[in-house]
Every structure is written in structure tokens, then in C-alpha cells.
Design a protein around this ligand. Sequence first.
Ligand code: 6LW
Length: 483
Amino acid sequence: MNSPSTINPIIPGFSPDPSLILVDGTYFLVNSTFHLFPVTHKLEYGDHLVATGGLYAPTIRNHNGTFYVVCTNVVNHDKDGSKSELQNFIVSTTDIYASKWSDPVSFDFYGIDPSLFFDTDGKAYLCGSKSPGPQTKIMLFEIDVKTGERLTEEKALWHGTGGIYPEGPHIYFHNSMYYLMVSEGGTHEGHSVTMARSKNLWGPYEPSPRNPILSAAGTDEYVQCTGHCEAFEGKNGEWWGVCLGIRMGAARLYGLGRETFLTKGKWSNDGWLSFDRAKTHLYGFEDVQDHLRLTAVPGVDLLYIHDPELSRYSVSDQIIALAASPHDLTSAEASPTFIGKRQRRLEGTSSVKLLQSQTGTSVLAGLAIYKDETRFIRIFYSSQSLTINVQTINKAKGIERTVQHELENEFGVLKLEIKYTEMEYTLSYAIDDGDVRELSKVPTLELSDKDFVGPIVGLYAVQESYANGDDQIIFKNFVVDTA
Ligand code: 6LW
């Protein structure tokens, strides 16, 4: 037998809630992005992308040549998210490569994790997880995908096997049976995938005797928290699942958050699907690796916070020029000037060189590891106080700490660097190509938690006072995750 390939996570770094389809020999996969942008080209949401809200769990489907993505925009009206508006919508395209998506078509569903199912007669159905909380159920109704109109009453199909939050449902028609696959147990330690089937789309659904059909709960697997899964048939007729999971070493930290993993599926003789536990190495992947290859589209990995004012950014290969914003990274609703990429390696270094601002006299600018407005670590330069600072903020953990170093002279080039291991971030600087000096170490535990969002490494610039309207900061050589 061949040795296993190192394959997982297939999408390292922040990439939860994968949904996947195979169309004409190409696999298409979507993930959640919450308050980060882009979600996909052409989607605009005013100022609604707020932390702990934003875009949850999309599903991608293709029917008769049209691609559909259904998704929920969660708009939190209060800080703890207890008053949320759930805006469900469909976007579609017949030319996915041109990224020409329709405007969002909204539909009436008070729930999350919508998924579309096209039955053999062509009718479209929407299933989703109906909130609130403990009484969560998987609901189904027929929908007009063009207008978003509900064509039938909503009916509860299943509530899972008793784990909390049955969610992330998908329906598959296989061998004359309707299979309903869901996740339950919450998205962290208890996360599990379960399944039920019925001869009739509307039920009743009979749970699989093999439930849970994917779970790392209670095991010492390196890949933990596996769930929110999509089942699919590969090109050679083999079955797979893509799911979210978290790489967890002995210290059980949440490091890079929820990433996307591939796992092998298997149908039993009596017609039940189950999956192998997700591993970083996978046997048999050689068969499909030619087909399931990620294609990097230049620039597609750049992320902004909320809805960016793109005129503030000028990005080329070497130089990134940022117009400082009045809004700092602590802003819950406005979009700070920030551009970044997912941290994809548990061990690596990210760095950038900041060129002395020509015009700015009161700007804070630097390199940050950002999750949301309440959680980030950053090393930055203050032009007003001529200092370099490392600041750690995690509001939920009551952490707000700054370590400061005063510079003796102006500089030409200031290198800012963040080195990371699974256990800690080390933040350093170098002036005018001099030695790299460590300013502070921060345990990764101070940033990582049971979060929805994983760490983003980014550059930012904020006006320290409002006096200078158009301060521009020039960065060069921004590199993320070098070894
Ligand atoms: C999502 C739910 C979940 O909507 O977490 O793991 C929520 N699953 O399905 C946000 O990602």
C-alpha cells in the first residue's frame, strides 16, 4: 500500500463551514467569512458586517447550469448577540468564473445554515436550522429560487440525536432514499455529524444506527471538533466529506480556529454513510489529488474588515499604501483601514517594512493578528510619540496590555515582525536594517478561544488625532507565514 499523503487541512487557516459541489470536473467550495470581506465579489451589505455576526455557513449548489449560494447575514442589534436579525438570501450565477453574481434575493426564514435541495422533479427545497437555541430543529419548505417565495408551509424534519444545536443540514438523494445529514453538539468539543433517512422527502426520518457518523469527541485525535460536513461523490465514484475541524496539539489550544478538512466516506451494505475521522494524513488521496487541487486566484486571499472603503488601499506586489482611517481596529461597525491574509501555519513568521510617513504626524500603523474588534495583538508605530508598541486586547478575557519602546531617532525603514509557534507570538522590530529586537511575547492562549473566526495577519493605519485628513502609510514586503 502507498504511504499516506499529507493533505489536511485542505484549506489551512480560518475556513469554517465548508460546502462543496463537483460540476463538470471541477470542485467548488465555499466557507463562512463572518465580518470579513470579501465574501464573494459583488455582495454588498451596507455596514452590516459586524463581529460575531456577518455571513454564516453558506451552501453552494448547481442546478441545470446555474450556481446558487444560500447564506445568512447575521445582524446583531445588541452587543451580546441576543437580539439578532437573520437575513437569509440566495445569489446565483450562470458564469461562476466571471464572478457575475445576481443581487441577493431574500427569503423568509428565521434560522441559520440554509441549504438547497433540488429534487428529481426539479422542485427546489430549502432546509435550515431554526433558532432559537435548545429547541433548534431542522426545517424544510419548498422555495422559488428566483423570487425567494416560500411555496409551502415550513415543516420540522428532525432534531438530531439529542446533541445541542442541530445545524448545518444537507439533503442528498441516493439509491432512492432521502438522506438528511446534520451537525450537532455545538461547533467545538462536542461537534458531531449525524444522519437520518426517509423514503419521503417530508419524512418521517429514521436515524442511522451508525450515528454519529463523524466525530472526534472524546478521542485524542489531533484534528478535533470535526463537524459541519458536506458529503460528496468524487470523480471516480468514491465518497468523501469536507468538514470543519481544529488542529489541537497537547495543549488543546484553538490556534488557527476552524479549518477545512477532507475525510473518506463509506456506504455500508445496508445503505448508511459514515466517515473516517479526519487526519492530517490520508490514505487513498493519491486517487483524487489530481482533481481536488486548490487553485490560487491572485489577490483572492486578501481580507478586509466589514465593508472596506477601497479608495483607502493601493496594493501592488511590493508596496501597500494605506490611507489612515479615523476608525481603529476596536470599531464594531465602521471599517478600519486594514488588509490581511489568514494565518495558515501554526509555526511561521509574518513581517512588513514600514517606510517613514512623508506626511503623517499623528498616525498609528503596524502589523496585527486580528480576529475581531475585541480580540487582537498588534505591533505598531506611533508617529506622535515616536514609540513602538505591542498591544494585546481580548475583552472577553479581560486583557488589555501595552508594552512600549521609545525610539531615539526618526527612521527610514521600520521592520515589524510577528513570529509564532503553537504556544506563543513573539513581536519584534528592526530599524533601518539593523538587528531584530524582541519587544514582547504573548501566549497564543490570550488570543485563541472557542471562536467562530481564526487569526488574520494584517496591516493597518489609523489616525491618532483627527487633525490630519489624508495621512498615507507606505508598507513594503508584506509576507505572511514564511517558515
Ligand atoms: C454555523 C454553524 C456552525 O452557522 O457554526 O459549526 C456556525 N457550525 O453551522 C458559525 O460558523
